[in-house]
Design a protein around this ligand. Sequence first.
Ligand SMILES: *[C@@H]1O[C@H](CO)[C@@H](O)[C@H](O)[C@H]1NC(C)=O
Ligand SMILES: *[C@@H]1O[C@H](CO)[C@@H](O)[C@H](O)[C@H]1NC(C)=O
Ligand SMILES: *[C@@H]1O[C@H](CO)[C@@H](O)[C@H](O)[C@H]1NC(C)=O
Ligand SMILES: *[C@@H]1O[C@H](CO)[C@@H](O)[C@H](O)[C@H]1NC(C)=O
Ligand SMILES: *[C@@H]1O[C@H](CO)[C@@H](O)[C@H](O)[C@H]1NC(C)=O
Ligand SMILES: *[C@@H]1O[C@H](CO)[C@@H](O)[C@H](O)[C@H]1NC(C)=O
Ligand SMILES: *[C@@H]1O[C@H](CO)[C@@H](O)[C@H](O)[C@H]1NC(C)=O
Ligand SMILES: *[C@@H]1O[C@H](CO)[C@@H](O)[C@H](O)[C@H]1NC(C)=O
Ligand SMILES: [Cu+2]
Length: 434
Amino acid sequence: MCKVMLPMAAGLVVFFFAVLLSAAAGGDAAVVEHNFVVNQVRMRHLCNDTLVTVVNGQFPGPALEAMEGDTVVVHLVNQSPYGITVHWHGVKQRLTCWADGAGMITQCPIQPNTTFTYRFDVTGQEGTLWWHSHVSALRATLHGIIVIRPRSGTYPFPKPDVEVPVIIGEWWQRDLVKVDKNFSIGGSFDDNPAAATINGKLGDLHNCTGVAEDNFVLDVEPGKTYMLRLVNAALFSEYYFKVAGHKLTVVGADANYLKPFTTDVVAVAAGETIDVLMVADAPPCRYYMAALANQPPVPDPQIPVFVSRGVVQYKNIPSDAQNCTEKSPLMPVMPDQHDTITTFYFHGNLTGMQPGGNPLLPQVRDRVDERLFLTLGKGSMCTNNKTSCKRGGNPESFEVAYINNVSFHLPETAWRCRTCPAGHRGRSTSPTRR
Ligand SMILES: *[C@@H]1O[C@H](CO)[C@@H](O)[C@H](O)[C@H]1NC(C)=O
Ligand SMILES: *[C@@H]1O[C@H](CO)[C@@H](O)[C@H](O)[C@H]1NC(C)=O
Ligand SMILES: *[C@@H]1O[C@H](CO)[C@@H](O)[C@H](O)[C@H]1NC(C)=O
Ligand SMILES: *[C@@H]1O[C@H](CO)[C@@H](O)[C@H](O)[C@H]1NC(C)=O
Ligand SMILES: *[C@@H]1O[C@H](CO)[C@@H](O)[C@H](O)[C@H]1NC(C)=O
Ligand SMILES: *[C@@H]1O[C@H](CO)[C@@H](O)[C@H](O)[C@H]1NC(C)=O
Ligand SMILES: *[C@@H]1O[C@H](CO)[C@@H](O)[C@H](O)[C@H]1NC(C)=O
Ligand SMILES: *[C@@H]1O[C@H](CO)[C@@H](O)[C@H](O)[C@H]1NC(C)=O
Ligand SMILES: [Cu+2]
């Protein structure tokens, strides 16, 4: 584990507000430079103005697009009232572990009205990742996609005509810092989002006094191939994703190329990314794409049904096209929200494209020296050294995740963040529900 600490960025930093986009395919590694201004803005959904913490006023935040081997430089200006760090989820951070953005572990939270510059290379990885805030549950609104394209410009599958980020998220009308606190004491499982979102849109299953919320609309041309880069940026829930009338060919997950397989349903867990190819080969019409939050059955804490939908809209729909009115696109039949076997089989079908799939990576060895048995679990513990306490929803207990019955403890030594300014000793990680 990385123990290297860097001093906080101090003093005045001069920013260059230009965004240098990397050059077209091929060529030398470039510097991809962005300015991330974190602040609070009011956004209106479901008849409510909600104060949300976002980057550059956008939900989801700006996309980071790079080519394998590029250097990413992000100047973060924190104009929010919270200590903030940004974690570059899935970026391997070889030789730059201090840029990992794990608050209280690799850096102190970036204080309000201060700045910090992240600098790291995206080397040896291609595909879709994402970035998100790593202090408290603010990541629900403070996140965006990371796209790492091959320098050669070629993929181990036919090059798609169009690439489309599809970020599944959730719209919370609650104080996310309080939501995080509630979860840390293992309670308030009724702290739920107001709606699921696709690319920040709640979709037309929701309305404000009868006026439907916007859908994410993907305009497609018949015969073209679309690569949907799916990111699940929801706090806790795994989502099922389907597009009515279309098959999806899975080609990547978490910036790894996969042995392609075709399915009509994708399962994407919180934090996971899945790349799929979709050929616009259906009769020109309108088709819903839908994302449904799944969940295990009771006795696990239950959530309401969350569905967000967007529209795949063909160009030049014939005026006499049957059943193709603006009001009623075809809706995919979604799995049941308690269907856990579909995600089991979906994930069972993910196999790395080895050998020879990703020339950037060492080959997977076919000889095993030692087998490890790992159990993952989650539960609660008592605070104040007590051996028994009331579970859930009270400050006498807190939630822990563990591997083989050992939970993570913040290190007692070599932890510079002990000197972080008072009042900002936030939790190091956000909790997971399961
Ligand atoms: C949203 O607005 C409606 C109507 O104004 C109100 O009844 C409801 O309580 C609001 N919800 C939240 C979470 O603020
Ligand atoms: C940050 O700066 C703004 C504008 O100068 C000021 O209103 C705000 O109080 C400052 N916040 C903190 C936490 O110092
Ligand atoms: C957190 O828990 C408290 C106490 O159960 C509850 O009143 C509150 O609504 C919960 N959520 C938030 C966002 O405060
Ligand atoms: C608007 O939303 C409410 C609450 O979800 C629902 O009862 C109502 O049927 C919706 N109205 C329209 C026109 O969609
Ligand atoms: C159109 O919808 C009607 C009623 O749902 C159905 O009977 C008909 O078969 C549909 N036509 C086509 C071409 O899908
Ligand atoms: C792959 O998916 C199919 C269809 O759901 C399923 O029958 C099969 O068992 C899956 N394979 C694995 C290894 O999970
Ligand atoms: C916690 O309990 C252990 C074992 O009973 C004891 O050795 C230790 O001193 C206690 N720590 C505190 C802070 O009370
Ligand atoms: C897990 O750890 C707890 C606390 O140390 C201990 O009481 C329990 O027996 C352990 N369980 C297993 C399966 O090792
Ligand atoms: Cu993450």
